[in-house]
Design a protein around this ligand. Structure first.
Ligand SMILES: [Zn+2]
Length: 143
């Protein structure tokens, strides 16, 4: 799932009219190092290790460009900073309300949700944001 092909990166930048700057490249590379769904702050700290002079604002901007052109996904839970994700395929994530860990939920097809909404409303679905929260096994063991 860390499969953002180099060809795809170049193609999406080319079509968008944005330039693939070294900062945007550094942010994308940093995201590849995360297994989970880092916040902008976490991405910033990772980028900073290799580029000590990078500014937080630059990282925010790069993330927003990468999201806009569809190279990364972003999820917005309540009471959590935006979380970024290299997996742009429709999928559901679950977030632990105790420690903030975010994980992908296997075996749940978001397509079913699309279909159900389509069948039951006259709307054309353009986007769904399903917020799923719970308490992860390590937090449950601690309580
Ligand atoms: Zn937890």
């Amino acid at each position: 799932m860390i499969g953002v092909a180099e060809r795809d990166v170049r193609e999406k930048f080319r079509r968008s009219g944005y330039t693939l700057t070294s900062q945007r490249r550094a942010v994308l590379d940093a995201l590849k190092e995360f297994k989970g769904h880092p916040s902008a702050e976490e991405v910033y700290l990772a980028v900073k290790k290799k580029n000590p002079k990078v500014a937080l604002g630059t990282v925010y901007q790069a993330l927003s460009v990468l999201e806009e052109i569809g190279l990364i996904g972003a999820k917005r839970w309540s009471e959590s900073p935006v979380r970024y994700d290299l997996n742009t395929e429709p999928h559901h994530d679950i977030r632990c309300t105790e420690c903030g860990t975010v994980e992908e939920i296997p075996g749940v097809d978001p397509g079913d949700l699309f279909e159900t909404v389509r069948e039951n409303t006259p709307y054309e679905v353009t986007q769904t944001t399903l917020v799923i929260e719970g308490v992860c096994p390590s937090c449950r063991a601690r309580n």
